[in-house]
Design a protein around this ligand. Structure first.
Ligand SMILES: Nc1ncnc2c1ncn2[C@@H]1O[C@H](COP(=O)(O)OP(=O)(O)OP(=O)(O)O)[C@@H](O)[C@H]1O
Length: 635
């Protein structure tokens, strides 16, 4: 029988003493056991090894110190970021990578997960002794320094969607949910399960909680290797220690391979780590057992005082020019007969290298990961997009803006009279609705892709779904949301402003406004996906939309000769023309002639009508193919 772990709402208070809490240790072990049922790595451990790794980039030589030897003909110079780096990470262990800021730790992680491409990269990386493949790379999870999330989703929603998208399809739904609950308990996130993630605009969870959500997202997908870039940043000392203990427990119980980049660990955190890799200025300073690091440094003439935190001491040594150079040189001297560091890796790797053990390696490559089907991905993404976008599109600010516009319309155009005096106001109100919902929908759509880009690339790196599923889900989920506001607005305004009291024409009018909104959305998506930059999208979008407004036939009736075709580029031209026809092209549209006023000449007087003037006379003769042209913009 599976053991149920009661959800502890209180979790652990920051600052409490975890170390002495035997109960907490027991509970942590139980919770990890609880996530064990679906773990693949328990059966297939993953050994990651790398040696001879160098990475360089080309840079304009004005930005960096001139180095004659590396200067290239193109005027660029080769900037070495990493030089001959080696190391390995074993299942059941934590490897800590330490070094001063800018020494290349993040670059190394990016290289290990193949995020930098091949340019400027040298060296060998193996997974279970074999060259990484697309399939075996699935075993690597990477938790970056900058966490990206959908701000409107809660912690639980975020983790649940991740589990549904990334766990194999044969894991039952309720097991996925159980796993999410267990991970939340483990990382002390149960208290904030229903809090929004938030961002700079929306108040959400704290920075430390954000970090833990990011780690939870990776842990729950059951990778063989977990790489974490500064996982303890933003956590207080007690939470940092608890997190490292959790990672260690995962490593031991589920045979996970854990690599962490860590800045200034407390001595307790440092003690938990198994292997240590020290890097400085992109070069090796030490690789080996963490427990031997102090002796190694002492042998180099840098003995740490017993009362001093060894991790702090290491960082002090690596930031001092003299000591760091001495340490880099002595390590290079030590491995002088092993140019790539392969022998060092072989010494510290626990992977058995005899033929018998090779059965472990193919198994990871043969492991047939079967994630959600395309249809499942689509439905999960639609649900997620709807949850995220509905809160944005129908936010209080957005709804207040709409009600504000309704009030403004009511004040300006309340029951426009059916007189020749009111014709201009009537046409202006028709045009204003088009402008409002063209701009509103366009600017909602144009920023969608650029704003999702970080999230999209993060999830694409982890092969969470197919790109087509993402695009399709976006369109489907946002469609009802995009048309909801213009539909409500038009229904109210049509009757308040006193447009033609004919139900059929009202429906036609509403349909045209909604199609216009979809056309505007389609154009917004197109521009957003082409430019993929919020600033560029807003600048270019403003120019395009203003041009479309000016060309739509309301402001400019006579374009300069040779440029008249420009008006056909604007989807607003068709919408405006169609709505004019709906309102005017009927015998029901009759406008009373006003009595002459001094200083004003109205349409009746101008065209020689005495009692009423028909709408058809008012209508400009533009009824060709507006609807089909408008539909072109929708997709
Ligand atoms: N594409 C790039 N162009 C220019 N410089 C780069 C590029 N990538 C990395 N660098 C440089 O390489 C060095 C290593 O960067 P990296 O981010 O790996 O350091 P880090 O050790 O992770 O630093 P931190 O601890 O501050 O995160 C830095 O000096 C960085 O400016």
């Amino acid at each position: 029988m599976e053991q149920e772990i009661p959800i502890d709402e209180t979790g652990i208070e920051a600052g409490s003493s975890y170390d002495s809490s035997a109960e907490r240790t027991k509970k942590r072990a139980l919770l990890i056991q609880h996530t064990d049922n679906t773990s693949i790595t328990t059966k297939i451990p993953v050994y990651l090894e790398w040696y001879g790794i160098s990475y360089s980039i080309l840079q304009e030589n004005m930005n960096v110190q001139k180095n004659k030897e590396s200067e290239l003909e193109s005027g660029k110079i080769k900037l070495s970021i990493l030089e001959n780096i080696h190391g390995c990470a074993n299942p059941g262990e934590i490897l800590a990578i330490m070094g001063p800021s800018g020494c290349g730790k993040t670059t190394l992680l990016n290289l290990l997960v193949d995020r930098l491409g091949n340019k400027g990269v040298q060296g060998t990386i193996t997974i279970n002794g074999l060259k990484p493949t697309k399939k075996s790379m699935r075993c690597l999870a990477y938790c970056t320094q900058d966490d990206v999330f959908f701000p409107q989703l809660t912690v639980k929603d975020t983790l649940t969607f991740t589990a549904r998208l990334r766990l194999p399809r044969d894991v039952p739904y309720h097991d996925k949910l159980k796993r999410v609950d267990a991970i939340m308990q483990l990382l002390n996130l149960t208290k904030s399960a229903h809090t929004k993630i938030g961002d700079y605009r929306i108040r959400g969870i704290s920075g430390g909680e954000r970090k833990r959500v990011s780690i939870a997202s990776e842990l729950l997908t059951d990778p063989g290797v977990i790489m974490l870039d500064e996982p303890t940043t933003g956590l207080d000392a007690a939470l940092a220690l608890e997190l490292i203990k959790i990672l260690k427990e995962f490593a031991i119980q589920q045979r996970k391979t854990i690599i962490i980049v860590i800045h200034q660990p407390s001595s307790q955190v440092f003690e938990i780590v198994d292997k240590l890799m020290l890097v400085c200025d992109g070069r090796m300073v030490y690789f080996g057992e963490r427990a031997n690091a102090a002796d190694y440094l002492a042998n180099q003439g840098f003995k740490c005082h017993p009362n001093y935190n060894i991790a702090d001491y290491i960082l002090e040594l690596l930031t001092d020019d003299k000591s760091k150079q001495q340490l880099i040189d002595s390590y290079a001297h030590q491995v002088r007969d092993d140019p790539t560091g392969k022998q060092v890796v072989e010494k510290y790797s626990h992977r058995k290298r005899d033929d018998n053990n090779m059965k472990e390696a193919p198994s990871i490559l043969e492991y047939d990961y079967r994630g959600p089907t395309f249809a499942q991905q689509l439905s999960i993404l639609i649900e997620r997009t709807f949850k995220q976008s509905s809160k944005e599109i129908l936010s209080t600010i957005e709804l207040s803006q709409m009600f504000g516009l309704i009030v403004m319309f009511c004040l300006i155009w309340f029951r426009i009279p059916f007189t020749d005096k009111g014709i201009h106001d009537r046409i202006s109100s028709l045009f204003s609705i088009i402008v409002i919902w063209s701009f509103g929908t366009f600017f909602e759509a144009v920023t969608t892709f650029p704003m999702d880009l970080d999230m999209l690339s993060k999830e694409r790196y982890s092969h969470s779904y197919r790109l087509s599923a993402y695009f399709l889900s976006k369109q489907i989920a946002e469609l009802p949301l995009i048309i909801l506001k213009p539909a409500f607005f038009t229904i109210v305004i049509y009757w308040v402003t006193g447009l033609l009291p004919d139900f059929g024409r009202f429906l036609a009018y509403l349909a045209v406004i909604l199609i216009n909104s979809l056309a505007s959305q389609g154009f917004g998506y197109f521009l957003g996906a082409s430019l993929l930059d919020v600033q560029k999208c807003i600048s270019a979008g403003t120019v395009f939309m203003l041009a479309f407004t000016l060309l739509s036939g309301f402001y400019v009736k006579h374009l300069p000769p040779g440029l008249t075709w420009l008006k056909y580029l604007s989807f607003m031209t068709y919408t405006f023309s169609l709505n004019l026809q709906i309102q005017l092209d009927t015998p029901k549209a009759q406008f009373q002639c006003s009595s002459p006023e001094s200083g004003h000449v109205y349409l009746c007087e101008l065209l020689g009508y005495n009692n009423t003037i028909p709408g058809t006379v008012v209508l400009e003769n533009e009824r060709y193919t507006e609807l089909s042209c408008l539909l072109f913009y929708v997709k």
